[in-house]
Design a protein around this ligand. Structure first.
Ligand code: 5CA
Ligand code: ZN
Length: 409
């Protein structure tokens, strides 16, 4: 699949700092040590209702990761998937009487437009589940042949007991896992499974549903977790730097993905860090397609809201916190954008050399975007109160905000 166009990232004077980030698996902050090419996998959308503020907040967090790495003069090898065949997508298509491929294409196109408008840097590889199927089938065959997967009435399940590290990503106990598995696409109640938590790798063709040639697996379609594993292993390999997504993916999705990959390769870990963004809610509930309590990026854009203000609204909350989207969050961002634009539109101002370092430090410190915004607020306040004589300062502030925060002033 094609991704979306990249916005330019201006180079800043000096050099950025290494990223220290909260890793779900260790439960603490770790300093990543990527090589000259940092490797990032972020779970993409299931395209049946794109793009709500929760999605946008999660992609914003990982866009900051990229920007911090680029500022350290590294290249970033970023991969994202599109879950363009899965139960919820097929169910929505049936409900609305539309073709599932058209639904997926339309929503993916809208997502690309939203990402472009928000100036999110595109992945180098943007891969759909359907196009990944030829790579998924041999992985499932290998797992089965190694005894890490088994057949249940034609469906192939992964045996979580095949990975000695199973459970280490989320750190949850068996009971919590079982509850979350039932909530998030698993089938712990299905009789005949070796372990109730075992997830499906390959689902035998069901009447009325799309299916593909699975060679020795028979016709069917892939399970959810193996999709991301196949794409990540193909484009990044084992031990890549960050596996990212919202906190709702820690279990089962990232737990199972790590175990699939570890059982396949005999290597550990799948990713150096598992990084999870908090959930954005509306009216006290997690914003989700199934609940239907959504604020869409595209709807705000249609209403004439500047995408830079949407981006500033996302940046005003720490990526790991769960927070509520309200009209006030957006109103504050609109006001901040106007204030910053006025401050950088003057021909000179107070020196911004310290500001560059403050924004760098804030973001390298577990992506503390509220602290980064506060630093720019302080410079803008000084500009408003006293001004300054540094002719390069307004331009440097613009470039810093653009390069590190993705906001064009
Ligand atoms: N296609 C799968 C991942 S392989 C999926 O979870 N798709 S999704 O469309 O449901 O979500 C896309 C991304 O947005 C995921 O990283 C998910 O964790 C994140 N996300 C979904 N809802 C929210 C929310 N309310 N707040 C923050 N992030 C969210
Ligand atoms: Zn995924």
């Amino acid at each position: 699949m094609h991704a979306w166009p990249a916005s330019e990232v201006p180079a800043l004077p000096g050099k950025g700092r290494d990223l220290r980030i909260h890793d779900t698996a260790t439960g603490g902050r770790i300093t990543l040590d990527p090589g000259p090419v940092a490797r990032l996998y972020v779970c993409g959308i299931t395209p049946y209702d794109a793009t709500h503020m929760g999605h946008a907040a999660t992609y914003n967090a990982f866009d900051l990761v990229q920007r911090v790495w680029l500022d350290t003069k590294r290249q970033v090898h970023y991969v994202q998937n599109v879950t363009d065949v899965d139960d919820p997508l097929l169910e929505r298509a049936v409900r609305d009487g539309q073709d599932w491929t058209e639904l997926a294409e339309r929503e993916t196109a809208l997502f690309r437009e939203d990402m472009t408008a928000l100036r999110m840097l595109p992945p180098r590889h943007y891969i759909g589940a359907v196009e990944a199927i030829p790579g998924i089938v041999p992985l499932v065959e290998r797992l089965r042949d190694a005894g890490a997967a088994y057949d249940l009435d034609g469906d192939i399940y992964f045996s979580v007991d095949a990975d000695p590290h199973f459970g280490e990503v989320s750190g949850l106990d068996a009971n919590a896992m079982r509850l979350l598995s039932a909530e998030r696409g698993g089938d712990p109640e299905r009789p005949g499974k070796k372990n109730p938590l075992d997830p499906m790798l390959w689902m035998a063709a069901r009447p009325g549903e799309p299916s593909w040639d699975g060679a020795s697996l028979g016709d069917g379609r892939p399970g959810w977790h193996i999709e991301c594993v196949a794409i990540a292993l193909d484009h990044l390999g084992m031990g890549f730097d960050i596996q990212g997504g919202g906190s709702d993916l820690a279990f089962p999705h990232h737990e199972m993905g790590a175990s699939h990959a570890q059982a396949l390769t005999g290597e550990h870990p799948f990713a150096q860090a598992y990084v999870h963004a908090g959930m954005v809610g509306l009216d006290g509930e997690k914003m989700s397609k199934s609940r239907g309590n959504l604020v869409f990026v595209s709807a705000l854009r249609r209403d004439g809201v500047d995408p830079a203000a949407i981006r500033l609204a996302l940046l005003s909350r720490h990526y790991r916190s769960d927070w509520e989207w309200t009209d006030q969050v957006l109103a504050d961002a609109v006001e901040r954008l106007a204030r910053w634009r006025a401050a950088v539109s003057r021909p000179d101002g107070p020196s911004a050399d310290a500001l560059v370092e403050e924004v760098r430090e804030a973001l390298a410190d577990d992506l503390d975007s509220p602290a980064a915004l506060a630093a720019v607020d302080r410079w803008a306040a000084l500009q408003g109160a006293e001004g300054g004589t540094d002719e390069g300062a307004p331009g440097l502030v613009s470039r810093t905000v653009d390069a590190l925060l993705g906001v064009a002033l």
